[in-house]
Ligand binder design. Sequence first.
Ligand code: URA
Length: 439
Amino acid sequence: MRPQDIIAIKRDGGELSDELIGKFVDGVCDKSWADYQISALVMAMFIRGLSTREGETLVREMLNSGEILDFSEIAMPKADKHSTGGVGDKTSLIIAPLVASCGVAVPMVSGRGLGHTGGTLDKLESIPGYNVRLSTSEFHAIVGKCGFAMTGQTAEIAPADKKLYALRDATATVPYIPLIVASIMSKKLAEGLDVLVLDVKTGSGAFMESEKDAAELARAMVATGERFNVKTQAVISDMSQPLGKYVGNAVEVYECIKILRNEIEPAAEPTWELSLELSARMLVLADVESDLDSARQLCVSKIKSGEALERFCRNIECQSGDPTVCDDPDKLLDPNITTISIKAGKEGVVTAVDTLAIGNAVSEIGGGRVKADETIDHAVGFASDIKIGDRIDAGGELGRLYVRNEEQASSVSPRFVSAYSVDACLDIKRPDLIRNVIG
Ligand code: URA
């Protein structure tokens, strides 16, 4: 059947057979379908919808469009965490060494930042020399040696998604749950995991802003993971303000190393709280611990003993980075950076934070990228000790900008000030970090 005949079935509201979905994914990979034909079918799927069976087949075909990693040579359960992305969302850098130090292998395939969200690979590259472009054999060897490794997606993992995601981004067809599920889960299921914990964000800096949409996405991803025999759970977590203290690349790695060193600043507590929750769930699903309380205790003991930090240090060495940043995290901070204080215009209580605006402003000063091929400045960023519900004086410090020069600061400072809603009389409770657990 020709691409236009397959497109016509979905255009008219019909169901696509498994065979036709397979033909579509093959056509994406072997380039026999033109971009306009792929985009037309994706738009028809977006408008007409996909049945549960069609969605599942799409995941399977996208997964099978590439390599599925096999870590069976490692005699430990394999687990990973995936986050739908946010601002200051840095938990991977804590979870991977922590969970590995508890006896679960973490073969983590991560992405780069795009738009207002950061990416684990960019953060890791703030560690001098750190290599995130591992070959499959290097990836296996480092997981074997350190219990975890962190690398970028190779061209062999779910190749159909690379093309489809780029076209969806350009044709306004990203926000449809079955397409999102197929995109995320085809990549995650290719890691050869036993366990997957999903961190689905909700709030002003999240891709799924409302809690209802976040829960719907979480339920669909959990059901897909289970159908593919991966024990899957989703935590719905708060992204109505940046997670923890820092937003940026080097500064976020700094926050994580401080946490691994058990030197947790008060504003970084939420980063630790969420990392602990996700790690503990990974350990329970992997049957390393029987309940969440004992899993949390095990994690805390690995931080206190320094074993989680030692894992990270060993991994940095294996991935060609400078492990001395673990002993001296200040080394991550560029001495040529200027810090500028962002001050509140009036007295009151912080009632809301426009997290998207903060992510976009950090991206604009070079901390992120608008297009996938842009380079970034790892040293710039933002730090804040102020959370929703905190009281602030007029002229009090909302946060500090890490910038290259004064001009950069003056162009974005007003956006940081206006990102914080300060109200004179309201008394607002800080939003719960963990909203719901699914699965
Ligand atoms: N992230 C992905 O990897 N895919 C989507 O479709 C949306 C977010």
